[in-house]
Design a binder for this molecule. Structure first.
Ligand SMILES: C[S@@+](CC[C@H](N)C(=O)[O-])C[C@H]1O[C@@H](n2cnc3c(N)ncnc32)[C@H](O)[C@@H]1O
Length: 392
């Protein structure tokens, strides 16, 4: 494909991404994959270039743009080489007309920017939310020794124990170390959240929102496969991905529990007041993960944020019932909005006098309210809020 044809393809894909964002349709990655399947003439370099154009435009536009072309013109305003490709050639985009609409820039829709400002996220921190995430690995200590693990590429050792960093886009899936479960792909912020749980061998630990088990596997390693680790979720598809991952990682103590949304306690009655630690890695707006999923900010609405805040509050209430006296409840979100983080914890503590805040000693992050906050700008990780609450 000629460079201008790649730009036109990206514009057409962006039109679909915009439509899908408005109607909560397919994510951008799926739309790109469909385009690749339907346009076999596009080689791997074409596909990579088109993808880069699409994501550059998504990152560049804070609000949902009016069209794919307006979004691409936003990028072209900053990049003269891209603007030159609007040349009206066959398969390329039409020449730029005078006064043509260009999408607004900015970090996010205004109402979200207001929430970030209220959460004391200054402009440069907010901009870093849209950078490119490196590839972080966790050495799986159930299978490997971090000191003797040889990897095919130079990996930077991070402050977080067992965490390594490789450049964005490194393909580790084919590495024997990955196939054999010696390493896991896991953001260093996510690894830090697991450290906050302080899971010990022999304990009963419940991962209430385990998803596909990214944190569960880390907890199993911290527990050295000794004790009981219960991984719960309401999403059958996600939870079903945990078992093969656990097998690869040699995480033998992880048991899964599928819960009914709204009736979660029905599946948890056996553990009331029993857990040494409960991790609530709550469903959230994901404002801290825009580096991986910049389109998420086009899909969030005030109503959806409110729904998530209420769900988080309910999940905290469930977790509180499971923690034994002397045990801990660790609350984590990958959001930087206070309503989902520091504010949520303040409300919980006010309503649950049995719980009080534990001071966390973590290798990354800064205090925020009664917890710790990690940001891409300050910590080089996804954005997280982490709080540890102990039960008397
Ligand atoms: C942030 S993700 C968890 C990610 C996972 N812990 C990891 O490290 O990969 C939040 C999870 O909460 C789950 N969830 C949503 N509603 C829930 C509910 N009512 N009870 C438990 N989990 C729920 C979602 O299915 C999703 O997997």
């Amino acid at each position: 494909m000629r460079p201008s044809a790649r730009v036109q393809a990206a514009i057409e894909i962006l039109d679909k991404v915009i439509e899908a964002a408005r109607s909560q349709g397919a994510p951008a990655d799926r739309i790109l994959a469909d385009w690749s399947r339907g346009n076999r003439y596009a080689g791997s370099k074409d596909r990579r270039a088109v993808r880069e154009h699409v994501y550059a435009a998504i990152r560049a536009c804070g609000e949902v743009p009016s069209s794919g072309r307006a979004a691409m013109l936003r990028v072209a305003e900053e990049e003269p080489e891209l603007a030159a490709l609007f040349d009206g050639s066959q398969y390329g985009p039409a020449a730029i007309a005078e006064g043509e609409a260009v999408a607004d820039g900015g970090v996010a829709p205004e109402w979200i920017e207001d929430r970030l400002i209220a959460a004391d996220i200054p402009e440069e921190e907010a901009a870093a939310l849209l950078g490119r995430a490196p590839l972080d690995l966790r050495v799986n200590t159930l299978r490997a020794d971090p000191d003797t693990l040889g990897l095919p590429e130079e990996a930077e050792q991070l402050q977080v124990p067992n965490a390594l960093r490789l450049p964005a886009g490194t393909q580790v899936e084919q590495w024997p170390a990955f196939r054999d479960g010696l390493i896991e792909v896991q953001d260093a912020g996510s690894q830090t959240a697991c450290l906050a749980v302080g899971a010990q061998p022999g304990e009963l630990v419940i991962d209430l929102c385990a998803g596909a088990g990214g944190k569960t596997l880390s907890l199993a390693a911290a527990m050295r496969n000794e004790g009981t680790l219960i991984a719960c979720d309401t999403d059958r598809g996600r939870l079903s991905r945990l078992a093969p991952r656990a097998e690869r990682a040699g995480a033998e103590i992880a048991d899964t529990v599928l819960m009914n949304p709204g009736k979660e306690m029905d599946a948890l009655t056996g553990w009331v007041g029993q857990a040494d630690a409960v991790l609530v890695d709550a469903p959230c707006s994901g404002t801290g993960t825009w580096r991986r999923n910049p389109e998420a900010r086009w899909r969030l609405s005030p109503g959806e944020l409110l729904r998530l805040v209420k769900l988080q509050e309910r999940l905290l209430g469930i977790a509180a019932q499971l923690v034994k006296p002397g045990g801990r409840l660790v609350y984590v979100t990958c959001s930087l909005i206070d309503e989902e983080g520091a504010g949520q914890v303040d409300r919980f503590l006010a309503a649950n006098p049995r719980f009080h805040t534990e001071t966390l000693q973590l290798p990354l992050g800064r205090p925020r309210g009664k917890g710790i906050r990690l940001t891409p700008h300050h910590d080089g990780t996804d954005g997280f809020f982490i709080a540890s609450l102990s039960c008397t």
